[in-house]
Ligand binder design. Structure first.
Ligand code: EPZ
Length: 420
């Protein structure tokens, strides 16, 4: 188990190429189940979550190999329709294989993903959607058993948008008989990228990128080559790192439209930002103004940047309000930030940040991916040294975070620790 050791008082200064999107990769890799063949994904991030998905696909006979940022997936010898608990328990996104397995085999047995650090993560919308396509769903001993000789196109309306459930339904509908219309679908760029990949594979999909997606089922699909879209959450995290340290950063290989709301909020906080088609530069020469955010589905403020924004607002001279609308209790970072001197009050799903307090380094514990990122950001502006334990959480979604910060002039030391 490694830890990160960070000396406070450093400034981010430099240029950084953003990696491929974790959540794009995790949505697109299961699509290889739909059509036997060899797939080539470019701009693939080297992350533990990508390795977890590779091992899950390997357990059903799909061979994955990652060379630098090129991922090769060979699904010609797929031989199972079961995703075992030992894989699914490690990563909720493993559940995204349910729809493709059902469409490919007419049956699927996938472990329920269980909860995560910040509470229950239900899958009812995934199951309701597949039932609407004619699947018979049973729950047995922690597994979802789904059966459907041939999925039938139908209408499905999401009470509230779900990224994963939209992906599962989209993939299943491509091989269903007839037409499926999904309304109130997730519009996250990762889902748009998945839909575009499916069309390249031969699927017939209209309304890509909107909340109403229409899929006309086809008999078969083909393997493709695809490039993973840039990681908008990594991009937002490093922009906030430059802003919180009153530094200067240029991020490249980014789609500014995917982080338009984040850019807006950073400018409101006082950052000077310049945008071109695939790069964003940010300069910050003062403490931020307090800026309230409310997380929402795309294209709103991403919930995956909520923790990072709280760290940023610790530096503001004043009070800011952070409202989380996507998850209940996604605030595990607050008690750890308090160990650094943060003054944040929590009431239901609203965090009130009383900024401007003195922050001093301490030993803190990662609890989940984005909470860990918020601890790194706060550590950069603490007086003295901070040690962040259990950084395997960070390695799930931030590629080479220590090396990337080194390239930005910030010393972030990765230290091996004894298993405790
Ligand atoms: C995806 O998770 C992302 N993960 C999450 O990113 C992200 O926070 C989330 O979308 C929201 O943007 C991946 O793409 C791998 P949801 P997902 O289904 O698909 C409720 C990160 O840090 N819900 O859109 O699981 C759910 O509880 C991760 O990279 C149901 O009630 O999210 C939540 O409150 C964390 N029933 C809301 O919907 C369901 O069947 C949104 O969840 C499904 C979801």
């Amino acid at each position: 188990m490694d830890k990160l050791v960070i000396e406070g008082g450093q400034k981010v200064c430099g240029s950084l190429k953003i990696s491929g999107a974790k959540n794009g990769c995790l949505a697109m890799m299961p699509a290889s189940i739909l059509a036997p063949g060899t797939y080539h994904f470019k701009n693939t991030p080297n992350l533990t979550d990508v390795w977890t998905m590779s091992r899950l696909l390997g357990s059903i006979g799909i061979f994955c190999e990652l060379n630098d940022d090129e991922l090769f997936v060979d699904s010609r010898n797929i031989n199972k329709f079961e995703a075992p608990y030992e894989h699914v328990k490690k990563m909720r996104a493993s559940f995204y294989v349910l729809g493709p397995l059902l469409a490919r085999w007419g049956q699927a047995k996938v472990s329920l993903p269980g909860g995560c650090a910040w509470g229950p993560r239900p899958v009812d919308l995934h199951l309701k959607g597949l039932e609407k396509l004619g699947a018979k769903i049973e729950l047995e001993a922690g597994y979802v058993l789904a059966k459907a000789d041939k999925l039938q196109g139908n209408r499905f309306h999401f009470d509230s948008p779900s990224v994963g459930a939209t992906g599962n339904l989209l993939m299943a509908a491509t091989l269903a008989k007839g037409t499926t219309q999904i309304s109130n679908a997730a519009m996250e760029p990762e889902i748009t990228a998945l839909a575009r990949m499916l069309v390249k594979m031969g699927a017939k999909i209209d309304g890509i990128g909107t909340s109403i997606i229409e899929i006309e089922g086809v008999d078969s699909l083909q393997a493709v080559e695809e490039s993973i879209i840039p990681d908008r959450i990594e991009a937002g995290t490093y922009l906030i790192a430059a802003a919180i340290t009153q530094g200067k950063i240029e991020i490249t290989n980014v789609n500014p439209y995917h982080i338009a709301t984040v850019i807006d909020k950073l400018e409101e906080a006082g950052c000077e930002i310049d945008v071109s088609n695939d790069r964003v530069t940010l300069e910050m020469n003062d403490f931020p103004k307090p800026v309230d955010i409310t997380t929402s589905v795309y294209p709103g403020m991403p919930t995956d940047l909520q923790a990072q924004w709280i760290s940023f607002m610790l530096q503001a001279k004043g009070t800011s309000k952070i409202t989380e609308t996507i998850y209940k209790d996604r605030f595990k970072h607050i008690p750890e930030l308090a160990r650094l001197g943060a003054d944040v009050e929590l009431a239901d799903n609203v965090a009130i940040v009383n900024g401007g307090k003195r922050l001093t380094g301490a030993v803190v514990m990662s609890s989940d991916l984005r909470a860990s990122a918020s601890l790194v950001l706060a550590a950069l502006v603490c007086e003295g040294k901070t040690e962040i334990l259990r950084i395997y959480h960070l390695d799930r979604g931030y590629e080479k975070i220590d090396k990337k910060f080194e390239a930005l002039g910030v010393s972030v030391k990765r230290v091996k620790t004894e298993l405790i």
